[in-house]
Design a binder for this molecule. Structure first.
Ligand code: HEC
Ligand code: HEC
Ligand code: HEC
Ligand code: HEC
Ligand code: HEC
Ligand code: HEC
Ligand code: HEC
Ligand code: HEC
Ligand code: HEC
Ligand code: HEC
Ligand code: HEC
Ligand code: HEC
Length: 285
């Protein structure tokens, strides 16, 4: 028996003695100590657990020390409860090592996530893994806890990634990306041309230099909703010219050039089909 333990046992005996003297009963010391130990006594020897329960006990405030610690040494040695005594019937309660995350049972919602965690999260959240697997990307192979290292915390994309251009902020990222399916780029009507221009400088330059009416249209007015969507001219203009005329020409671009650089009437006249322009454009992106 080591010294610390001996001193502790002496303390317990002292309690028993004190209890006996106070109450002046003739019964055996040990039995008396156990019989008379009440909730208010615990704090006399254990200051931390009662303080923890009081400050952050959450649901465990609803129960007493005794509900979990049914007995006390030296009478009873087995007074540390299993979580499963009270928590059962959910997938979450079948996990191993409850106290690996709920590190202090007296403050059960102070949760520490250490190491690489995915499967335990799935006992409560299913939508995110479905998205990650359905829309495969390099995020699919990360652990949930690589991004959410504190429960409930949402990381900034810019914590791990550079924006596409210097002034772009975290708030912009979600206009186009969702964390659990980052490659599925979808966006609304509010995206400004400069957000596209970060990668499509040529399109922006052509459009802003153009004098045709497309100049005033937003990229996303034509390239709607999903990245790489390309509209047909007819989807907006229907059939503006008679069919016999169109029959002689392959595409609208034969005369009008490309959407970003409309009506460069001179180009086809030089004997160089305007179609060549978008082809070149495409390669350079
Ligand atoms: C007179 C002081 C005293 C009081 C009052 C007291 N304890 Fe203890 N308690 C001790 C000591 C000393 C130990 C350490 C025993 C050991 O390590 O062998 C201990 C150990 C414990 C343990 C750990 C047991 C283990 O197996 O590790 C728990 C749990 C505990 N007490 C709960 C309580 C609760 C609940 C109360 C109030 C109902 C309480 N104690 C009241 C002195 C006290
Ligand atoms: C929900 C159940 C639960 C409640 C309620 C609870 N405890 Fe505990 N307590 C535990 C568990 C589980 C452990 C073991 C912790 C460990 O192994 O680290 C423990 C450990 C202890 C210990 C020994 C380790 C330490 O932290 O010092 C003491 C003393 C203790 N509790 C006292 C109390 C007191 C006093 C109360 C009432 C204010 C109380 N407990 C309420 C579950 C509970
Ligand atoms: C003696 C019964 C008992 C034991 C043992 C017990 N709990 Fe609880 N626990 C409760 C009760 C009662 C609640 C409150 C449930 C409610 O509010 O509906 C609770 C709530 C919780 C909560 C949610 C707190 C909140 O406010 O939302 C967590 C987390 C928790 N327990 C974890 C644990 C862990 C981990 C263990 C094992 C170390 C454990 N419990 C052992 C009875 C117990
Ligand atoms: C990987 C970490 C982790 C492990 C392991 C873990 N939990 Fe949890 N637990 C959590 C998180 C995160 C929450 C959500 C807390 C919140 O709602 O803020 C939670 C919530 C709870 C709750 C309250 C909500 C509910 O659904 O009832 C209880 C009770 C609970 N856990 C008990 C347990 C028990 C019992 C074990 C062991 C069988 C365990 N936990 C293992 C992380 C964990
Ligand atoms: C016991 C069930 C439980 C477990 C296990 C759990 N969570 Fe939660 N989680 C919750 C609850 C409940 C909320 C609060 C939901 C709300 O506010 O709509 C939450 C909230 C979150 C949020 C914030 C949601 C928001 O809208 O701000 C994130 C992120 C999160 N959890 C990630 C995780 C990760 C990652 C894990 C695994 C390490 C995990 N959770 C484990 C129950 C759990
Ligand atoms: C904790 C760090 C972290 C956070 C936070 C994070 N990512 Fe990532 N992301 C990564 C890693 C690591 C990769 C893989 C890089 C590699 O292998 O080149 C990646 C890859 C990507 C990819 C390329 C996917 C592929 O399969 O090619 C995109 C797009 C992306 N992230 C967007 C985002 C967005 C948008 C956010 C915010 C919603 C975000 N990321 C938040 C770490 C993170
Ligand atoms: C690359 C970093 C990253 C990874 C990996 C990741 N998340 Fe997220 N999570 C985020 C970001 C950022 C948000 C904020 C919403 C957004 O940007 O789409 C978020 C939001 C959430 C939310 C809030 C509700 C929602 O869906 O928007 C929950 C819950 C969540 N994540 C759980 C998980 C779980 C569970 C896993 C593992 C299966 C996981 N996350 C993996 C970064 C990540
Ligand atoms: C206007 C829409 C849009 C916005 C806003 C946006 N992205 Fe992107 N992002 C994209 C597109 C499109 C891709 C390329 C997808 C592909 O290659 O198919 C991409 C690719 C990525 C990649 C993969 C690597 C790369 O550079 O190709 C990362 C990482 C990324 N974005 C992070 C971010 C972050 C961080 C933000 C916010 C600062 C952000 N994105 C804002 C549309 C956007
Ligand atoms: C992070 C860089 C990035 C951003 C931001 C970005 N794109 Fe792209 N975009 C690309 C890449 C890479 C390609 C593929 C180029 C290739 O295949 O040669 C592409 C291709 C396209 C294509 C051509 C599809 C095809 O079939 O030829 C269109 C249209 C397009 N993007 C429109 C947009 C619009 C509109 C925006 C703004 C909402 C935008 N992009 C934002 C990187 C980006
Ligand atoms: C998403 C709808 C949309 C698509 C797709 C579209 N346009 Fe337009 N176009 C417009 C709008 C809006 C105007 C301006 C009408 C006005 O102000 O009267 C316009 C104007 C024009 C004009 C008149 C230009 C001027 O300056 O007078 C021509 C020619 C034209 N479009 C040709 C085309 C061709 C060719 C294509 C395909 C390469 C195309 N458009 C694709 C919406 C579209
Ligand atoms: C009036 C509708 C319209 C507008 C506005 C528009 N585009 Fe386009 N875009 C098209 C059409 C139609 C095509 C297919 C090629 C063609 O026929 O002109 C195209 C092709 C593309 C391509 C693939 C070929 C290439 O030129 O690289 C990219 C990338 C692209 N657009 C990006 C953008 C960006 C970025 C903006 C905003 C600066 C934008 N577009 C504005 C209609 C439009
Ligand atoms: C043979 C050359 C040629 C072809 C092919 C052609 N157009 Fe035109 N388009 C013209 C000319 C010339 C005008 C009249 C220009 C003017 O009035 O300034 C015109 C005018 C237009 C206008 C403007 C009408 C207005 O009211 O201002 C639109 C829109 C248009 N064309 C769309 C298309 C579309 C869509 C296609 C493909 C289906 C197409 N064009 C094919 C030569 C052509």
């Amino acid at each position: 028996m080591n010294a610390v333990r001996r001193i502790r046992l002496i303390a317990v005996s002292a309690l028993a003695l004190a209890a006996m003297l106070c109450l002046g009963t003739p019964d055996s010391q040990a039995a008396q100590a156990t019989a008379k130990l009440v909730q208010d006594d615990c704090v006399k020897c254990h200051t931390q657990p009662p303080a923890d329960v009081a400050s952050a006990g959450a649901g465990h405030k609803k129960i007493t020390c005794f509900d979990c610690h049914a007995g006390h040494r030296p009478q009873s040695k087995n007074n540390i409860p299993q979580c499963s005594q009270c928590h059962s019937g959910k997938k979450h309660y079948e996990l191993a090592n409850c106290m690996g995350c709920h590190t202090n049972p007296h403050t059960p919602l102070n949760i520490v996530l250490s190491g690489n965690i995915t499967d335990p999260c799935l006992t409560c959240h299913s939508q995110q893994i479905t998205q990650l697997k359905e829309f495969k990307s390099k995020h699919t192979n990360l652990y949930c806890s690589t991004c959410h290292n504190v429960h409930g915390k949402i990381p900034a994309c810019t914590q791990c990634h550079k924006p596409h251009y210097a002034e772009q902020t975290q708030a912009d990222c979600k206009k186009c990306h969702k964390a659990h399916m980052p490659k599925n780029v979808v966006y609304g009507k509010e995206v400004p041309n400069k957000d596209c221009g970060a990668c499509h400088k040529k399109a922006v330059d052509l459009l802003s230099a153009s004098t045709a009416k497309h100049k005033s249209l937003a990229c996303v007015y034509c390239h709607q909703e999903k990245h790489k969507m390309v509209p047909t001219c007819q989807s907006c203009h229907g059939t503006p010219h008679p069919a016999p005329m169109m029959a002689k020409f392959g595409t609208c671009g034969d005369c009008h050039s490309i959407a970003h650089d409309l009506n460069r009437w001179s180009a086809p006249a030089k004997g160089e089909p305007a179609k060549a322009a978008p082809a070149k454009d495409k390669k350079k992106k």
